[in-house]
Each structure stands twice: as C-alpha cells, then as structure tokens.
Design a binder for this molecule. Structure first.
Ligand code: SF4
Length: 749
C-alpha cells in the first residue's frame, strides 16, 4: 500500500465525516406537512435532494437534525417536476438505507473456506489491483470488463468510465441502461443526430391527444401520470398495450394489439394518416429528409394489414388514425419498455418518431416523440458513461472529439480508445469464450435482471475474478463475488442526476454511509491511486470539481450546459434542463432554442433544426420481422413482463428493504392468467404453478385476471424467477434485450 494511497484513504474517510454546512438551508415554509417527530428529534433545517429511484427525478425536502443528519423527508412542492408529490418509493428512500443487509466493510472470498470475509480497505484494494493486473498481464489489457448502472450520479459514471478506459487500459464496458434505454438512445441518434428526448413534462398537461405505447405510467412513472391527470384539455388518451394495464383502464382508446405487432400497426396508422391528409408538407419539406422513400414504403402497409396483423378492429384503428391526422390538435407520442425491449425496437421507436415528424407534431407545446426513461440517471449514463459514446456524447472514432476530451481532461490522446466497447451481451459472450476473465459489477444485479439469467450464473465459473460494488452484500450478484466493495447510497453522497426531460438535478449528502461504506466516487479515486494512475485524476478532486470538467466537455454539444454555475445554481433554479449554454456560447449548432435563462419548462426543436449534418430529422424504417419465438404446441403461451407495482424497483435490492414497501407489493412471484385459460387448465387463483421456457423453469402463484388476453401471461420483473425464462433476443441496432414475448408452458406445481 503506497503512502499516497494511505493518505487518500484517510482524506476520503475524513470527507465522510460531519455534514458540510453549505447543504443546510432553512426554507420559509419549514415544517409544513411534516410527519410528527418527537421534540428531541425536531428538524432544525431542510435541504433538497433528487430521488434516486426512477427517471422522473422528483425533488424531496430532507429534514435534518442538529447534527445535519436526515430525520425524514417530504416531497418538494416548489420543484417543477413533482409539484409536491412523491410515489411510495420516494417516501421510503431514506428507510431503505437503514437495512441490516448493507455492506459495511469490504468482503473478500476466503479461498480455503469459500466464504466472503470482512477485510480492510487496503487489503481489498490490493486484491482488486493484484487480481485484475494479473489477468491483464496474462490475457491482455482487454480481458477486463465492467457492467455498471443508471443509478449513480453522472460524476461517478464519468470517473468510472475514464478510470477504466484511460487509466486501466480497459475497453469493454456497459451499463444496465442497455436493458432499459439503449433503443431510445440509438433511435434518437439516428433520427435527430443526437440522443435528445425533446419534451418537457408540461407536455403531459398540454396535449390534446396522448399516445402511450408499451408504457404503463400509472405504475411505472406515477408522478408523470399525475401530470397527465392535471391536463385540462379533455385529452384523448390512446394506449397500445397487449395488456389492459392500469393506464389502459384510464384510456379513452385501448388498443390491445397482438404482442410484437406494434411495428406493422404503427406503419398502418402512418399510412392511413397520409391518406387522410394528416401530413404537414411544409414541416416535412423544411425540416426532414428521406420522407419520399418512407411514403413509398408505407404503400405496402395499409391499415387493413395492420388490423389483420394486430388483431384489432379496423373501425377502432380508423378512429385512432383520424385523431393522429388532425393537425388542429396537439398530439404527443410516449413510449417505454414495451417498445425498447423488443426484437425490432429501434425501428419501432422510430415509427413513433416518424409519425411525429410527418405530422409536424414536434417542437410545440403538447407534442413530440417522447421516450420516458427508466432509471434515475439513465440520461446521465447515456451522456457520460464513456461506454458507446465518448464522454459528453462525443464519438470515440472522431479524432477531433478525442482531441477535445484529451485537452479538457489533460489526458494523452493516445489513452483514449478509437473504438467503442462491446455491448452487454457481447461482453457475456466474451466471458463465455474466455476473452474476458475479470469482471467488475457496479450497482447492478445481472444475476437477477439479465435475460436468460441462468447463463449469467453459469458464466461465473469462467471468470478468474469477480468484483461487485453495491450498497447491499446480499444481492444475487454480490453473493457470487470474489470481492465486495461497500458503497454509499443516494442520500449518502453528492452528484447530479439527469431526468427524462433532460433536467439536471442535485443529490445531496444528508447522512453518513454505514461502517466503512464509501461513495462510489471515493472508491474509484482509491482504485485509481492503488492502480498507479491517480495522477490522471487529480483535477477530479470532488464530485463538484468533476461536474465542472463534465460541464466543459459539454461545450458546443447539443447537451451544452456550460451556463450552469454549479450545484447551488441547480438547486436554486429547481434543476435546469439541457441545453443551457453560457451566454455567448449559443453557437449555430444549438439553434434558436438555446436559452439565456433557465425557464422552468423547455422543449427541443422549436425551430425545427435537428442535430444531423443537414440539420434535418431523418425518416428511418425497415420491414417488420416475425416475432422470434411464437407460441407452439410445447410452449403455448406468450410471456409478457414488466413492473408489478409502484412500490417495487427492479430487482428489489433496495425496495425490499422497506417494511412499508414490502406491504404495498405482492411478496410472491405472480403469474397473471386469463380466466378462460385458467378454466381450461383447471387453475385457481393462489395456486402454485411451474412455468417452462426453452431456457429454464420458474415457479409462480396464479393470479386470474382478464387484464391479460387469452394465450398470454404476465409476470412482474421484481422476483428472480422471471428471467430464468426470458430469451436472449436482441434488437440489431441497440442490442437491447427483448424481455417482452417468449413462449412458455404452464402446469400445476
Ligand atoms: S416517481 Fe420516481 S423519482 Fe418520483 S418519488 Fe417515485 S421513484 Fe422517486
């Protein structure tokens, strides 16, 4: 252990000490609406911090005791996102940090006993360096990989990506954003020239027609749904979903299409909109390219074909097409995982983008082709993960971009790779082949969440060394590790998250992490010192110093936020949406929408200028392909998956730690079965069944409900069983897995 590393460790531990006074504020409305607390625990101050679960990005008021530690919280009524609301996860976001399952010390697997045993940080860091450097010297620099997350602040993501690629000579890395938003990223990049969701949440309130595709915001994004409920325009709400979800039950038009008939259905609707004269020729001529080819392509997709393929009545589709074609109305398109997690997901997302473009429904209030993201910092991951894009949305293959990053970070250009990483599934294939021998997993749980989960478990034995860095020592992935590094959670560290509408918001440190757990930022800094590349990251001295570096990297990019002064500025303004360039930096690339002040709700493309070289949006399309795994005699049901309740988050690593959240969600893995199928199979509600797919088996409890269609079943994603069944099928453009339609068989357990 070098003295430099020891000094760093001491400094970082000291930084984990008392709360800094700068995060303490006293709002005028202090105390309003707070739960009652004993007088000796009465809050003495309040700060705000962004919720660390979903991409909505709600702000929470954190009420602090005399020692600056969080006592409790309430939703922030002045924040433009949540307007004083929070879902159950947000209310319980401090409680989940108190779990006895927290990792409080590094754990190293004892080779003799096979057990994970507590060790000191110096021992853990030495094990990390010795094992990973040993693998690299035996198998080459690219024999290491990391799998990361959309759950940590962008400063931590950037430091991780920079450390791994510029400091450790690694190349292959990905994050669980691949499971969630890779499709939207690729679709926007191809169509708009940059990964740029154009909307603001005010659009939920300002639309006349809202089209939700593969989205169930009532459950998955409940605060966004509250924004829809505030819409005073008597909106038509159209939901395309095979299930009669909670959102579909609130819709004016529910289209329960056959699973994976979405692409042909959207082409059919576009074709009919054209016939009805719904296209906007002026917008198309001035702001798009490739429309004529798209129009010719649509000739093969009449609405009658869409009706036949989707199983929907032609009259219902006619009614919907007429709504989409009415250019006196504001129409907005919204999608999430039902689109992103499909075998042709990028073209499906672009079919929605095409509809918005051809009708000129973009850049105005209540319009847009709008991807709702999943994780709290999926958007930060897309810009600063250093995975498929070089830091700041730059390209690894572009010499000018590499030179810019090198200059700002004062890192030799030769250290910046010229190619992007393998995607998640390709990294797993690399492990299978023996090309990847060491894996570092940060704040994610692929042993539960990856499609065809059994393969992840089988690949464990092919790794020479597995490091898992997480809040909890008992996740499925942590239990498989050789080394566990204990991490601080949201509320125990600082940084910036970017929400679905491009809003940068600050998370604040309002409590100490337990035991020896450290902020991921601090862990990455320690690893840099232990690895011997700490000098590269001297300027990355704190999360906010790193924020200033990232701000400079954004200069001149569509996401330019050089006008943001720092964390206090973001907190003062109620978050700031990008772009927000510094005065005088609104160069032509940013177009006329570049703001000079952070108005609270802003959308992109008001001037019809996109980020492609031609400044025009591009129509992309391909012929639909058959679903990869149709039902058959042996596997007669189609399995759909998704979120189960607003009290659960992903693999339950955090939400299962709250007694209140556990009460609000089913504890058993459920499988929803249509009453006709249940009668045919002789199943009753509450009965245990065995579900088989070509990949594996799972057990579940039957819930009989007509919200699923005959021949289809639904399983929530929060229990480990589900992904034993799902198929390793990937969209060719985004390499996002298709979790939504695999063939299964059901029998009594
Ligand atoms: S909607 Fe999302 S961001 Fe808001 S409180 Fe719930 S989990 Fe947190």
């Amino acid at each position: 252990m070098s003295s430099a590393l020891n000094t760093s460790l001491l400094r970082l531990r000291a930084h984990e000490g008392p709360m800094t006074s700068e995060l303490v504020r006293r709002p005028a409305d202090f105390g309003l609406g707070l739960p009652q607390v004993p007088a000796r625990l009465a809050p003495t101050a309040t700060t705000t911090s962004i919720c660390g679960f979903c991409s909505t990005g709600c702000s929470l008021k954190i009420h602090l005791g005399p020692d600056g530690q969080a006592l409790n919280l309430s939703p922030d009524d002045r924040y433009p996102v949540n307007l004083g609301m929070a879902c159950p996860k947000g209310w319980e976001s401090l409680a989940v940090l108190d779990s006895p399952d927290r990792a409080t010390t590094p754990l190293l697997r004892n080779k003799t006993t096979g057990r994970l045993e507590p060790v000191s940080w110096p021992v853990a860091l030495a094990a990390f360096v010795q094992n990973f450097k040993g693998i690299q010297s035996a198998h080459g620099a690219h024999s290491l990989a990391f799998l990361s997350t959309g759950q940590i602040p962008m400063e931590e993501m950037a430091l991780l990506g920079a450390l791994f690629k510029f400091g450790m000579d690694g190349l292959h890395c990905d994050s669980n954003t691949r499971q969630c938003m890779a499709t939207a990223h690729v679709a926007y990049k191809q169509s708009f020239g940059f990964d740029a969701p154009p909307f603001t949440y005010a659009d939920f309130e300002e639309s006349d027609v809202l089209v939700f595709v593969g989205a169930n915001p009532c459950i998955a994004h409940p605060i966004m749904w509250q924004r829809v409920m505030r819409n005073k325009r008597n909106p038509r709400i159209i939901v395309l979903d095979p299930r009669r979800t909670e959102t579909a039950q609130c819709a004016t038009h529910h289209l329960p299409l056959r699973p994976k008939s979405d692409l042909v259905l959207l082409y059919g609707l576009a074709s009919r909109v054209l016939e009805l004269g719904g296209a906007d020729p002026d917008f198309i001529a001035a702001h798009t390219e490739n429309f004529h080819a798209f129009r010719a392509f649509l000739a093969d997709y009449p609405l009658s074909l869409a009706a036949a393929e989707s199983g929907l009545p032609l009259a219902q589709l006619e009614e919907v097409a007429a709504l989409l074609a009415d250019r006196t109305k504001r129409v907005s398109y919204w999608w999430t995982m039902g689109v992103n997690q499909g075998h042709e997901s990028t073209r499906t997302a672009q079919a929605l983008i095409n509809l918005a473009l051809m009708t000129g429904q973009i850049g105005r209030p209540g319009t847009g082709a709008n991807s709702i993201t999943g994780q709290c910092n999926a958007m930060g991951s897309r810009l600063f993960g250093n995975v498929t894009s070089l830091l700041g949305g730059h390209d690894f293959s572009n010499p000018a971009h590499r030179e810019k990053v090198s200059r700002i970070l004062k890192i030799d250009t030769a250290r910046i790779p010229t190619e992007k990483s393998w995607a998640y599934d390709q990294i797993l294939d690399g492990i299978d082949r023996g090309d990847i021998r060491g894996l570092w997993v940060i704040a994610t749980n692929p042993a539960h969440s990856w499609a065809n989960q059994n393969r992840v478990h089988a690949l464990r034995d092919k790794l020479d060394f597995l490091v898992v860095q997480d809040l909890y020592a008992n996740t499925e992935m942590a239990q498989m590790a050789d080394l566990v590094l204990p991490a601080a959670g949201t509320g125990e560290k600082e940084g910036v998250l970017i929400n679905s509408e491009r809003r940068l918001g600050v998370i604040r440190k309002v409590r100490r992490a337990p035991g020896q757990a450290l902020a991921d930022f601090a862990i990455f800094k320690l690893i840099a010192e232990a690895w011997g590349c700490g000098d590269l990251f001297r300027a990355w001295s704190s999360p906010e110093a790193t924020f200033r570096l990232l701000r400079e990297l954004s200069r001149g990019q569509p996401c330019d936020f050089t006008g943001v002064e720092g964390y206090d500025h973001l907190q003062r303004e109620g978050g700031i949406q990008w772009p927000f360039p510094s005065p005088g930096n609104a160069e032509p690339q940013l177009g006329s929408y570049a703001p000079t002040s952070p108005s609270r709700e802003r959308r992109l493309f008001a001037d019809g200028r996109f980020f492609t070289p031609s400044r025009r949006a591009v129509f992309h399309f391909d012929a639909p392909r058959p679903a990869p795994e149709p039902p058959c005699a042996e596997y007669p049901f189609l399995l759909n998956t998704g979120r189960g309740s607003s009290a659960q988050w992903h693999t339950g690593s955090r939400t299962d730690k709250s007694a209140i959240l556990r009460k609000l969600a089913p504890r058993a893995q459920l499988i929803e079965v249509h009453p006709a199928d249940a009668a045919r199979l002789g199943l009753s509600s509450g009965q245990r069944v065995r579900i088989r797919s070509r990949r594996g088996e799972a057990a579940a409890t039957v819930a009989i409900t007509a919200t699923v269609q005959p021949g289809q079943v639904f399983m929530p994603m929060h229990h480990a069983e589900m992904n034993r069944l799902t198929a390793p099928v990937f969209d060719p453009h985004s390499r996002q897995p298709s979790y939504k339609a695999c063939a299964v068989a059901i029998s009594p357990a």
